[in-house]
Unconditional design. Structure first.
Length: 135
């Protein structure tokens, strides 16, 4: 049994905000990585690495909305909609990962007996901000 359940994050406070994307998101996943460069010299006795560029990839999914265009106001699936998005992924109040993003793809699906689903994937384009402070 956990002693401190108050510090646990539950999914109901999560959110996905992506400029220019109109969907009701209910799940997200992100991975933040740094390029590592081997800078070991012949005379070194142990491997030495230096950090390089930081990047993030993400996926988000949910259901489509019918009250507005899926991509922006004009309904066109244009390159501008894919490269100008700002994505903020929220786990809980005060716990966010935010970055400019390139939307690298999306999937839409509907079935007679289920939801009309939407999912997208992408990568960071610029600085990444991590705020993890709790409410």
């Amino acid at each position: 049994q956990r002693d401190n359940l108050m510090a646990s994050i539950v999914g109901t406070n999560g959110n996905v905000a992506a400029t220019g994307i109109n969907a009701a998101f209910n799940a997200w996943n992100a991975s933040v990585n740094v390029v590592e460069s081997d800078v070991t010299r012949f005379t070194d006795l142990a491997r030495t690495v230096a950090p390089g560029l930081v990047s993030a990839t993400f996926t988000a999914s949910g259901t489509m909305n019918d009250d507005a265009q899926l991509f922006g106001d004009d309904g066109a699936v244009a390159a501008a909609h894919f490269q100008s998005s700002t994505v903020t992924l929220t786990a809980d109040t005060g716990c966010t990962l935010a970055f400019g993003a390139l939307i690298t793809g999306f999937d839409i699906s509907t079935a007679v007996g289920g939801d009309a689903t939407f999912s997208m994937s992408g990568s960071s384009n610029g600085a990444i901000t991590l705020a993890w402070g709790g409410s």
